[in-house]
Design a protein. Structure first.
Length: 364
């Protein structure tokens, strides 16, 4: 049976907002509570790096990457890896995702979400990983489809629009995501997320970029002070429903079911992120008080480093802590270990690696 490419109707569709009032209200309330907490954080850097790393891990896992949060943190601390090349490629993909988010945040200070923006973050996302040969930074020029590896297009679960349809589809998508005509912005980003995945503008990386755009949109609209709502965890835990409901929009025009799922994801992850943020801040404040007994002017600096990088080595600390000497760093590390804040996990006499287990546990 010949599969015909699907060309999604232009945005916006007609929606029955009355059928979604409950989900819209709960999602906005939960998101507002999270933002109320974020607004009053004196040092958001404590949160952005560990939470973004976690999101990068979960978003990449949806695409099949197997590396864990600890794998990524340990890799960066050691600056090398001894496992199979497959795991190293997974880790590089996760690190690229995090870097793509940082590039996108910088770009949003200058311009709104656009085709140029997604092409720029696509270029970063596919740097030196499996998708390097997938025309990074450029829109696809050929027909693509989604299906099991090695299956022909006749057995595809989804056939994307022809490449020549991309300019007008992306133009409509860009105009819509930057418009203020939709009644509710959470509905708007839910619609835009589906549309981006349906357009499938790149040869690879569409899913990760589509998920990355969700917190960026909320940040751009000032619904979040920092783009710290990462809902890949919900999508990963409900992966079958995630793909099924996206497909149901394409096959049946079932916007309501998809939007309910999406809004529930926002509600669930807003509440979960709020709890995580509160736990991280409580831990930081507790340890900040505790390290006053450590006689070092660099103690607070090291505390900030391990919140940003919960697995560290001497080399990674030295890079970020402007201490007077290497012996100062060794002495400070020993004090953090004696205090139970850090634990040595490499079992080596040289090039030791330390974990900030309390924070890693919060992030799991």
């Amino acid at each position: 049976m010949v599969k015909v490419p699907f060309i999604p109707p232009k945005l916006p569709p007609k929606l029955d907002y009355n059928a979604l009032i409950k989900e819209i209200s709960e999602a906005n309330r939960s998101l507002g509570e999270l933002n109320g907490l974020l607004v009053n954080i004196p040092n958001p850097d404590l949160l952005t790096s560990p939470l973004l790393t976690k999101e990068a891990v979960l978003s990449s896992r949806i695409e099949g990457a197997q590396a864990s949060l600890e794998d990524v943190l340990k890799y960066e601390a050691e600056e090398k890896i001894t496992e199979a090349n497959e795991k190293e490629r997974d880790i590089r993909e996760i690190i690229n995702y995090r870097q793509a988010m940082r590039v996108a945040i910088e770009e949003l200070e200058k311009r709104p979400i656009s085709e140029n923006l997604i092409r720029k973050i696509h270029y970063v996302l596919l740097d030196s990983v499996r998708g390097t040969n997938k025309d990074r930074g450029n829109l696809r020029r050929i027909q693509v489809f989604i299906g099991l590896p090695g299956t022909p297009i006749e057995e595809a679960t989804y056939v994307a629009p022809p490449a020549n349809e991309l300019p007008q589809l992306l133009s409509n998508w860009e105009q819509y995501i930057n418009s203020d005509k939709e009644k509710d912005p959470l509905v708007q980003i839910g619609l835009a997320h589906y549309q981006f995945e349906a357009i499938h503008p790149f040869l690879d990386g569409n899913g990760r970029i589509g998920r990355l755009l969700i917190p960026l949109f909320l940040y751009q609209r000032n619904l979040l002070s920092y783009p710290l709502l990462y809902i890949s965890e919900y999508f990963e835990e409900n992966r079958t429903d995630y793909y099924k409901l996206l497909n149901s929009v394409s096959s049946n025009g079932d916007w309501d079911s998809w939007l309910r799922f999406f809004l529930n994801a926002v509600t669930t992850e807003s509440m979960k992120t709020k709890g995580t943020v509160m736990n991280i801040l409580a831990l930081y404040n507790d340890l900040k008080a505790e390290i006053t007994f450590i006689n070092s002017i660099y103690a607070l600096g090291l505390l900030g480093i391990i919140f940003a990088m919960p697995i560290v080595s001497f080399a990674s600390i030295k890079e970020h802590l402007r201490a007077a000497s290497t012996q100062t760093i060794y002495n400070l590390l020993a004090k953090f270990v004696d205090a139970g804040i850090l634990q040595e996990i490499s079992g080596k006499k040289r090039d030791r690696v330390y974990t900030f287990a309390q924070l890693v546990e919060i992030l799991k």
